[in-house]
Design a protein around this ligand. Structure first.
Ligand SMILES: *[C@@H]1O[C@H](CO)[C@@H](O)[C@H](O)[C@H]1NC(C)=O
Length: 492
């Protein structure tokens, strides 16, 4: 058990490094590739441009969530860029990226196999009939099927580097000498990949867990997860979630020698938005409310809402404030004083470091016990998914014009999670950058000029090199504002 855990952490870190390098390069490619990819789809120049800008923002959003330093990745910049821009082979093979089927065709009949762009970030194939999965060769034979299809089942469609860690799957017509079934199942097979950026909390939820929920929820457990690029540490970490979504065992499908037969198959989960679900696009109209209820079931979380305990002797009558601690960058330099100040306001204060906690259930319970969660911008804030409804998230935004980043990652998703959102903007006299750079340095005087140098420059300076020391007096106002939003004050 113990060695297992160590292994998990080591692997996670290695993966983190790979992922970091991967998307640093990916971001470089982005500009050059986006135009190539979007131009044939038949949109107006302006629409394409708007989408490009939006995609740039979105792509940037993934980056801040990796907490490693950018130094090693910067060296990789000079490496040759890969030329493969679609992840699919040509030669008359139907492929989602080349046929560019329109998004929105989500309700196509299951009687005919079909692959379609289920969102800007995802391709999805759905087929029914005689479905035979051979995991070793990433092949699914389907009868009947008119043409061959190829797809990468991971929600980072335009991210060449995330996808370079994702195996391509093929759907092929059932040949005359079809492989014999060695296992028959009446469930729907669901092929997805945990390659890509998994290992970072934000990506675990945004790229895999929420999209998997969007796709799998409607099967009410009668779905089997066939996981490509399976990593046991990752799957074990979230096993309780998979068990909520499926009554069947999770299969390490790339290493599977069986011929698994099903009446239907879905290849590739569907993406909606950053850390969120668009309820209007899900057939059972499942939303983040259902997703969060599922999480509470998975991890045994007691509090659906931030209502204080009715037991007058219970410590839970005091609102609990959880400080999300960081160790490497964007550290709170006065964490102790922040905690003391919160206590003086009547909060029951806890400090949690999600990095050291590999036990998801335990950390989820700590977060669920909180009424206010405060932390510097970073992947750790993804833990907001465990907060009870009506709780308050306070995002401390580091110095450097990062409002847009704060907005896309955690501000916008909070409403659908029924969480109040407050922001604390770090000012010049609260950032460690003031000591690292001369007063008139552009880093301090003109953050926009650093933004213009590109993501790497921005990330290195404002995300990797910065620690923060919030003004206790100003932070106190924010904490008091949070207190006012809670039901605790009103119930007495
Ligand atoms: C699976 O089902 C097919 C069709 O009903 C049958 O021919 C085959 O023997 C079954 N295989 C197994 C391993 O149960």
């Amino acid at each position: 058990m113990k060695s297992n855990r160590n292994l998990s952490r080591g692997e996670g870190r290695r993966l983190g490094n790979v992922a970091l390098i991967a998307f640093m390069l990916g971001s470089l490619l982005l500009l050059s590739l986006i135009r190539v990819r979007f131009s044939p789809i038949g949109k107006t120049g302006e629409a394409i441009k708007a989408e490009e800008q939006q995609e740039m923002r979105k792509e940037s959003i993934k980056m801040e969530t990796l907490d490693e330093t950018a130094a090693s990745a910067a060296e990789e910049e000079t490496q040759p860029k890969p030329t493969d821009n679609s992840g699919s082979s040509g030669g008359g093979v139907g492929s989602v990226s080349s046929t560019a089927l329109a998004a929105g065709d989500e309700h196509l009949s299951l009687s005919k196999p079909v692959c379609y762009e289920s969102s800007r970030r995802s391709d999805t194939c759905e087929a029914a009939g005689d479905v035979r999965v051979q995991g070793r060769i990433q092949t699914i034979h389907v009868g009947p099927l008119e043409q061959e299809w190829k797809v990468k089942p991971y929600c980072r469609k335009h991210d060449a580097f995330a996808l370079s860690h994702v195996k391509e799957w093929a759907l092929r017509p059932l040949p005359g000498d079809a492989p014999q079934c060695t296992i028959n199942s009446s469930a729907t097979a669901f092929v997805l990949s945990t390659g890509g950026f998994t290992g970072n909390l934000f990506h675990d939820y945004t790229d895999v867990l929420i999209p998997a929920f969007i796709t799998a929820h409607r099967y009410a457990g009668e779905v089997q997860f066939l996981v490509s690029s399976f990593k046991s540490w990752w799957t074990n970490k979230y096993l309780q979630i998979f068990q909520q979504l499926s009554k069947h065992e999770v299969v390490d499908i790339d290493n599977d020698d069986e011929v698994r037969c099903y009446p239907s198959v879905v290849v590739g989960p569907t993406f909606h938005k950053e850390l969120g679900i668009d309820a209007s696009r899900t057939p059972g109209s499942s939303s983040m409310v259902e997703f969060r209820a599922m999480l509470r079931g998975a991890f045994g979380l007691e509090r659906a809402t931030a209502t204080p305990s009715s037991d007058r002797w219970d410590i839970r009558r005091r609102p609990r404030l959880l400080i999300i601690s960081r160790r490497s960058s964007r550290r709170f330099l006065n964490e102790r004083a922040m905690a003391d100040m919160a206590m003086s306001l009547g909060f029951d204060v806890r400090v949690g470091d999600p990095d050291v906690s590999t036990d998801v259930s335990k950390f989820a319970r700590l977060v669920n016990s909180a009424d206010v969660m405060v932390g510097a911008h970073g992947a750790g804030l993804t833990n907001m998914v465990f907060l009870p409804a009506g709780a308050v998230l306070i995002q401390v935004v580091p110095y450097g014009g990062l409002e847009w980043l704060a907005r896309g990652t955690f501000k916008e998703p909070s409403a659908d999670m029924q969480i109040h959102y407050l922001e604390y903007m770090i000012q010049l006299d609260e950032t460690s950058l003031s000591e690292q750079y001369p007063k008139d340095d552009p880093v301090l005087k003109d953050p926009n000029s650093i933004h213009k140098q590109g993501w790497n420059a921005l990330k290195t300076v404002y995300l990797d090199k910065q620690n923060v020391k919030p003004h206790l007096g100003r932070l106190k106002n924010t904490f008091m504002e949070a207190l006012k939003l809670l039901p605790h004050g009103q119930s007495d």
